[in-house]
Design a protein around this ligand. Structure first.
Ligand SMILES: [Zn+2]
Length: 274
């Protein structure tokens, strides 16, 4: 197959939402085993991530609330240790070798949190009241870190590069179309999202992040049952203004909460209270 034919086939497959099980550029998600398509070399990913993260921190104000900031960092450290332990147990520790974890709390009314590749986490002060306490922070931290270690952003970014920018390499895209590439990046990683933690990911990625997140929080010593009340508070907060499930790319709150309830017994097997 010529490169050109392979390329058209890939676009077709992306457009049809078909997983890339048999093509190169394919890897599996830990725990769920789902195949995913990722054409971005890890080195490119991590260098863009640390650039975007540090410019985000320069343009946004860190929270002055020391106890809350410390809590975000504490929970982050515990989730990080759990993720590392999980990856070692699966023989996947190489995947985290280049991670340089950071946890920051930024002053903003936005109800949001995200984790860029390499473990670069931001919480917005707007999500803290919905978290409520340390365990609530762990629900969000587990979920966002799960998106990162399952490489959901890289997957989205790969699709974006293919469909919107013609399949060029990330470095070339950044050089030739810096604005579009940066926009693509922000959307892929949720950093530009205005509507809360749900916005930027697909439905299957969301369920996967819920699944992995519950296991990570349990391993970190947080009761995974707290995820149910967190998502209930999230649902109340959005006040029923969300679009109905069929036009949204995300599970409705009710579906999500029911799915989480089904996953809790599995997560509890990993739970060691601290
Ligand atoms: Zn999510």
């Amino acid at each position: 197959m010529t490169v050109r034919r392979l390329f058209s086939l890939m676009i077709l497959l992306v457009a049809m939402g078909i997983p890339f099980g048999l093509l190169e550029g394919c890897s599996s998600v830990p725990l769920t085993g789902r195949k995913q398509f990722n054409i971005i070399p890890e080195g490119e990913m991590l260098s863009m991530s640390s650039q975007q993260y540090s410019s985000f921190l320069k343009e946004n104000k860190l929270s002055g609330d020391k106890p809350q900031t410390d809590l975000v960092k504490k929970v982050g450290g515990r989730i990080k240790a759990a993720v590392e332990q999980y990856f070692v147990s699966q023989g996947l520790e190489k995947e985290l070798a280049s991670y340089k974890w950071e946890f920051n709390l930024v002053e903003s009314k936005e109800v949001n949190a995200w984790c860029m590749p390499g473990g670069k986490v931001v919480f917005y002060t707007g999500i803290m009241p919905i978290c409520g306490d340390e365990t609530g922070i762990a629900v969000v931290m587990g979920h966002e870190v799960a998106h990162a270690v399952a490489q959901h952003g890289a997957e989205r970014m790969s699709q974006g590069l293919l469909v919107q920018l013609g399949g060029v390499a990330l470095g070339a895209a950044l050089q030739n179309k810096p604005k579009e590439t940066q926009q693509l990046w922000m959307t892929a990683f949720g950093a530009g999202a205005q509507l809360g933690v749900l916005l930027p990911f697909s439905r299957s990625q969301e369920s996967e992040a819920d699944h992995l997140g519950l296991v990570f929080m349990a391993m970190a010593g947080y009761d995974p049952n707290a995820a149910v009340s967190f998502w209930q508070r999230m649902a109340q907060q959005s006040g029923g203004q969300k679009p109905p499930e069929f036009i949204s790319t995300h599970p409705s709150d009710e579906t999500r909460i029911n799915d989480i309830k089904k996953l809790i017994p599995e997560a509890l097997k990993y739970y060691k209270p601290k």
